[in-house]
Design a protein around this ligand. Structure first.
Ligand SMILES: O=C(O)CCC(=O)C(=O)O
Ligand SMILES: [Fe+2]
Length: 362
């Protein structure tokens, strides 16, 4: 006799009703199927075959973007051309401390700048309260400081702190003196150290080249500043810092930047725009993994302004300051991230500025 078990159709909408099995029979065991059931099964036509699934062609789009190695130890053989190639191809590169030599950007200098950034941020948040803002909850943009999202708890400050027109006001005059004294010297030293590592890579990438001025180009410093995320800052949205070609950001970690306090995350290759069915869009597909740039103090992340990136959430109890320098091709400048309107000048013109209060929660 044919094996009933092999012939059993799976239950489904087309399965005819079975004859009732005798009481006490152990359903499910082929050995105990009564003969009538086997005969019924063999006589019953099989359920109609399902229509063949539609043919889904394999992915017909372009192959996924293939990133180049982006993590380079400064001073290792071949690090500079490899870093430049990654900056050009991936839109970013990470410059690690030399493995067998002292860090090129001194961690103690970074610690001094972290303290200066924290003091300056407290001053500026108090100043924002002085003009009637709730800086932890509201979006605001001034020449000295911007919050990029309401409730984002992430602040971008320009360095050095510019206080033109504000120096007549005593509290601001003091802030000015602090910012331009020892703190100013620390920032200058930090910028010189970062520049000593980053400039060669930016030039070798050719990203700032201008026709007729050599392959590497010339780079000027466009601006400098510090982005601090406070504890509780949420993930940012992926964004480019601009769409113009010829601007490169150099981030330097002032504290260890880890998945706990929120590193910068980047989409490799997204600085280049490609044609899609919906029109031009940044090159990106979900098959390419992002790069999460965890950095030791003094390590540098270089990225093209056009590369999509975001700051991750700060889940630690401490602020996470990252200082930056922006390199620009001659004739190119970031004119959009900071407006001309000065917060400190508004204060000097009579707004109410109370003494810095680090416990304020608004
Ligand atoms: O905080 C970060 O890591 C990135 C910040 C950033 O991309 C921005 O504010 O534009
Ligand atoms: Fe950004």
């Amino acid at each position: 006799m044919a094996s009933c078990a092999a012939a059993l159709p799976s239950a489904g909408p087309h399965t005819p009703s079975l004859p009732s099995s005798p009481a006490g029979s152990s359903a499910g065991s082929s050995a105990s199927f009564p003969d009538e059931l086997c005969e019924w099964l063999l006589a019953t036509p099989p359920p109609p075959a399902h229509a063949a699934p539609p043919h889904i062609p394999a992915d017909v789009g372009p192959p996924p973007f293939a990133p180049l190695p982006s993590d380079l130890a400064v001073g290792e053989s071949g690090w500079l051309p490899a870093a430049a190639a990654s900056l050009r191809h991936n839109g970013f590169c990470i410059l690690r401390h030399p493995p067998r030599a002292p860090p090129r950007v001194d961690p103690q200098l970074c610690a001094a700048c972290a303290r200066a950034a924290s003091r300056q941020l407290l001053h500026l948040l108090a100043a924002a309260r002085g003009v009637g803002l709730a800086p932890r909850r509201e979006l605001f943009r001034f020449a000295e400081i911007c919050s990029r999202a309401a409730g984002g708890l992430r602040y971008d400050m320009r360095l050095p702190l510019r206080l033109e027109g504000a120096a007549a006001e005593p509290v601001l005059a003091r802030a000015c003196a602090e910012a331009s004294g020892a703190e100013g010297e620390a920032w200058d030293a930090l910028h010189a150290a970062v520049d000593g590592v980053a400039r060669g890579v930016v030039l070798a990438s050719g990203l700032l080249a201008v026709e007729g001025r050599g392959e590497e180009g010339v780079c000027a410093l466009d601006s400098a500043g510090c982005v601090t995320s406070l504890p509780g800052a949420p993930d940012q949205h992926f964004h480019p810092d601009g769409t113009a070609e010829g601007l490169v950001n150099a981030f330097v970690a002032l504290v260890p930047t880890t998945v706990l306090n929120g590193p910068t995350e980047l989409r490799p290759g997204s600085h280049v725009w490609v044609e899609s069915a919906l029109g031009p869009e940044p090159r990106w597909d979900e098959r390419t993994s992002t790069t999460v740039a965890e950095l030791a103090v003094g390590e540098i992340l270089l990225f093209d302004y056009r590369t999509y990136h975001r700051g991750r959430a700060n889940r630690s109890d401490e602020p996470r300051p990252v200082a930056y320098l922006v390199y620009a091709r001659p004739g190119v400048s970031d004119q959009h991230n900071f407006p001309a309107e000065s917060l400190l000048t508004a204060l000097a013109n009579g707004a109410d500025y109370s003494v810095v209060d680090s416990t304020a929660t608004d």
